[in-house]
Design a protein around this ligand. Structure first.
Ligand SMILES: NC(=O)c1ccc[n+]([C@@H]2O[C@H](COP(=O)([O-])OP(=O)(O)OC[C@H]3O[C@@H](n4cnc5c(N)ncnc54)[C@H](O)[C@@H]3O)[C@@H](O)[C@H]2O)c1
Length: 423
């Protein structure tokens, strides 16, 4: 009979040289993103070729057992656990996603790594740099793998633009403009939750700004070197206290009592990526933009742009086109672009993709690494905790610029894995 050998490390999924038949997975946090992870593990074996061991959907962990049970039932997990330590102690669970509020990441991640579990932690790595550094140290010590979910790296259209830029087709990169507009906080009666607590920079900047920051680096091919002109605004300064548990951004009934919003609804700053100029704006009060990461990248030979509202396409202009006919053309995503060919059940031109697909590709890549499979160019492994720390150092530099009335702040030098792999 096949059995797990007890040693949780890369390539350990075998017994006496025979591959182990199953990877047991759990998701801690049954909220909005937790459900995306739960669905992604369920879909993982149906993406790409069938070289992944079967995935056993063991547990959804959530302190709220109603939320946990609903997610476990919906996505076909065997059980729910209200204490993450039960998941850490279960020898049938090998890989775990941590998808709870940012300030809870450290304790749970450290506990899981100490128990030998492979961990995929949501972004941002934590809510403080000290915690993030401790998590990197714990990952370095661990025999298992620790990865972070920088999900938009898995967007086929974004990855397609990255390939065009890194191929040199747009010439020298000159300028990047990025935004992440969201509207989840536009309604002043949307209840207070963990998202609104913490110092300036832990709001829209940490939540959606973390995404557009690593995408800015991914697209320009350069890490941030400096930020300046940072400005934070809290547009809605207090919100109603919910009368029940809150998941996601809204959906709870509220009381007539209000609590203070401590962090940013809007953040904006300028940036340098080496000699590439940039500007970034993020907002959670942008009505009409439910969730819209968008960017434009300009080079000496052309430009490209993307908006999440039109996930299945990007736009491209090439200066070599005849003068008088030059303009942005729309390119639909298809099998000639990353992630689609062989990855999706229908991998034909124009199939389109959405944010849920990004989680599918991401969690499949995580499981492939857990299973000890070789990394392939079509499905790069997930970024590591050092990348997550760098992402937080960018955020911290913006915070410091804001505190210093917009002064220039150098970003600590870094070489993120998503730049090394895609140079
Ligand atoms: N990658 C992405 O695109 C993306 C999108 C949304 C959120 N996120 C990240 O995912 C994380 C969770 O965000 P969310 O929007 O799903 O939050 P959420 O508020 O919707 O859900 C959090 C869940 O965690 C549960 N919980 C609270 N304390 C817990 C504990 N100690 N143990 C187990 N469960 C606990 C809550 O009951 C709730 O169900 C955050 O880090 C966020 O930044 C990432």
């Amino acid at each position: 009979m096949l059995a797990f050998d007890g040693a949780l490390h890369i390539g350990a999924f075998q017994y006496l040289g025979v591959p182990l038949m199953t990877i047991g997975v759990a998701v801690i946090g049954a909220g909005m993103a937790g459900r995306a992870h739960a669905a992604a593990y369920r879909a993982a074996t149906s993406l790409y070729e069938s070289n992944l061991p079967p995935v056993r959907l063991v547990s959804i962990g959530d302190v709220n057992s109603t939320f946990g049970k609903a997610a476990a039932d919906r996505f076909g997990y065997e059980r729910t656990d209200s204490d993450w330590r039960v998941i850490a102690d279960d020898p049938n669970i090998h890989a775990v996603s941590v998808v709870v509020a940012n300030h809870l990441h450290r304790e749970i991640v450290e506990g899981l790594l100490a128990a030998g579990k492979h961990v995929l932690c949501e972004k941002p790595l934590s809510d403080t740099l000290d915690d993030a550094r401790a998590m990197v140290a714990a990952a370095d010590k661990a025999s298992s793998i620790a990865r972070i979910g920088l999900t938009f790296l898995r967007n086929p259209a974004i990855a397609a633009v990255q390939k065009i830029v890194s191929s040199g087709q747009l010439g020298k990169v000159l300028h990047f403009s990025g935004k992440y507009w969201a509207d989840y906080s536009s309604d002043p009666m949307s209840p207070i939750s963990w998202r609104y607590k913490g110092h300036m920079g832990t709001g829209a900047l940490a939540d959606v700004g973390s995404h557009i920051s690593y995408i800015a680096e991914f697209i320009t091919g350069n890490a941030f070197t400096e930020v300046s002109g940072a400005r934070f605004v809290t547009s809605i300064t207090e919100r109603p206290i919910p009368s029940g548990a809150v998941q996601g951004h809204s959906g709870a009934t509220v009381s007539d009592k209000f609590d203070t919003v401590e962090n940013d609804d809007y953040a904006g700053f300028t940036a340098s990526f080496g000699d590439v100029a940039g500007s970034i704006e993020v907002s959670r009060v942008a009505s009409g933009h439910p969730t819209s990461l968008s960017f434009e990248v300009y080079g000496s030979k052309g430009a490209a742009r993307f908006t999440q509202a039109r996930n299945g396409e990007f736009e491209l202009v090439l200066n070599e086109d005849p003068y008088g006919q030059r303009g942005f053309r729309t390119v639909q995503i298809g099998p000639s672009h990353p992630y689609i060919a062989g990855g999706l059940p229908v991998d034909a031109p124009g199939v389109n993709v959405g944010q849920n697909d990004q989680f599918f590709f991401q969690n499949r890549a995580f499981l492939a690494e857990v299973a000890g499979l070789a990394e392939t160019p079509s499905l790069p492994f997930c970024p590591d905790f050092a990348d997550g720390l760098h992402n937080m150092e960018v955020i911290e530099s913006v915070i410091q610029s804001g505190l210093a009335n917009g002064a220039n702040v150098a970003v600590p030098a870094a070489s993120p894995s998503y730049l090394r792999k895609n140079a």
